[in-house]
Design a protein. Structure first.
Length: 462
């Protein structure tokens, strides 16, 4: 992963498109075309940074529309891509902008939210960089509390000074430091001044949708009144944690964090617009279609490239990557206004998941559901084992329920597994831990087939 060395946002410069696809394969089954499209889009960001500055601003991201039913991996592909590239990422349901009438929620709010996320991301990165310094400073501050009086660690004296009090204080401090690091003082309590929890920010909404106009009462009044603190008695480990956070806050350069966060949003930000098919209006201009087209026209300047005012500064959206997704069961991509269609030059269709895909989803990904449930039961000391025919049966039932009720893709496997393991999850603390608990095909059928036989039960339970 490259680092920020020249004011540019870090991107996955060391990853080739093939390597990006390979990384996505660790978490997402199938959907090769979609993975290929996002891999090229991510690599193009690095390529853009390599061209001359005159041409760099002219190269815009190739926005993507993913078309496919729910639960096939659209959101997961975008989320994993953002994680891979260390990019600020936000998922927004496009339909929320139509919920309160024609104007709905201000579409620019997604860029403000993205900026907040980027600042939090940079703040955490900075906190990791200063972690050792903050830990050392917190340790010294805690020793000052444990050993009240003159701080021998900062006492100024020359090497020839033979003051026995100073030598004694130094020795005592080092003894306490060793005890602190060995955990011998973990049960001891100390008193600390802890900052009181802040009230949440107040956002301002207007009927015209001019949301979050940089007005935040906490920011406006925060400097007018001193921060409230409360005296608390806490154990040494918690005190060390509180002091480390306080010291880290002092060491973090927030001006630099904000400056770099704004660059990262502009150069590497990713906005995932889900349910975009819900704002695809038809030819008629009556009823909700007016609202849908209104949202499309509000989105258009953002996606084309405009400037959004945030409380941290102006954000240009020219090089933010927009990935839209929708099932498009009722509407079609061509139902979007032509100008918006033109801003999404790459269209990929994700395939519905088959029984074979379900088998792979249950076993192959690094975070597969089977591995998750095995780990959960392991916390109870219970060793859970799934036979091959059990996994086949789970995949078969998941695929059958999707066909007979509503197709919700891989999300169906969560419901099926939870229902099948319901009894084991409840009895796990009391079960025999001396031998593994084996789940085979017969057990799966015994637990789930009765539900499949009743269409009403399968519709409401599975």
């Amino acid at each position: 992963m490259s680092t920020n060395t020249s004011g540019q946002a870090p991107v996955a410069s060391t990853f080739t498109p093939r390597e990006i696809v390979s990384e996505l394969d660790r978490y997402i089954v199938g959907q090769a075309e979609a993975k290929r499209a996002v891999a090229i889009a991510l690599r193009n960001r690095w390529r853009r940074q390599q061209v001359t500055s005159e041409l760099r601003d002219e190269i815009t991201p190739k926005n993507i529309i993913m078309i496919g039913p729910t639960g096939v991996g659209k959101t997961e592909i975008a989320r994993r891509l953002a994680k891979l590239s260390q990019a600020p990422f936000i998922k927004v349901e496009a339909s929320k902008f139509t919920e309160v009438g024609y104007v709905g929620r201000d579409v620019e709010s997604m860029i403000r939210d993205l900026t907040e996320l980027a600042i939090q991301m940079l703040r955490e990165e900075e906190a990791q960089e200063v972690e050792l310094k903050a830990k050392d400073a917190a340790e010294e501050a805690l020793l000052d509390i444990l050993l009240p009086g003159p701080n021998s660690n900062t006492h100024t004296y020359n090497d020839n000074e033979e003051d026995p009090d100073i030598k004694w204080a130094q020795k005592t401090r080092e003894k306490f430091r060793k005890k602190l690091r060995d955990g011998a003082l973990d049960e001891r309590e100390v008193e600390l001044d802890v900052a009181a929890q802040q009230a949440p920010s107040v956002e301002i909404f207007s009927p015209q949708g001019m949301e979050e106009m940089g007005i935040n009462f906490k920011d406006m009044l925060g400097n007018m009144f001193p921060q409230k603190t409360s005296r608390r008695k806490v154990k040494v480990p918690e005190a060390l944690e509180i002091l480390q956070k306080e010291q880290a806050e002092k060491l973090i350069d927030m001006d630099r964090v904000i400056r770099e966060a704004l660059i990262r949003v502009e150069q590497a930000g990713i906005v995932f617009l889900d349910e975009v098919d819900k704002i695809a209006g038809r030819e008629s201009m009556k009823g909700p279609d007016v609202s849908r087209e209104g949202v499309q026209r509000d989105l258009l300047p953002l996606i084309e490239g405009s400037t959004v005012n945030t409380k941290y500064g102006m954000i240009r959206t020219d090089h933010i990557l927009f990935i839209a997704a929708g099932a498009f069961h009722v509407s079609k991509v061509t139902d979007l206004i032509p100008e918006l269609q033109g801003r999404f030059p790459i269209r990929v269709e994700l395939q519905s998941l088959t029984q074979e895909d379900f088998v792979r989803i249950l076993t192959e990904p690094q975070n597969s559901l089977i591995k998750q449930y095995i780990a959960l039961m392991d916390t109870e000391g219970l060793k859970l084992e799934f036979t091959e025919d059990a996994i086949t049966e789970l995949a078969r039932i998941g695929a059958e329920v999707n066909q007979s009720t509503q197709n919700i893709g891989a999300r169906r496997l969560h419901t099926v597994l939870e229902r099948m393991l319901d009894e084991i999850s409840f009895k796990a603390p009391e079960m025999d831990r001396t031998k593994p608990c084996v789940i085979d095909g017969a057990y799966v059928r015994d637990r789930l087939d009765p539900l499949l036989e009743s269409e009403d039960l399968s519709r409401y339970i599975l």
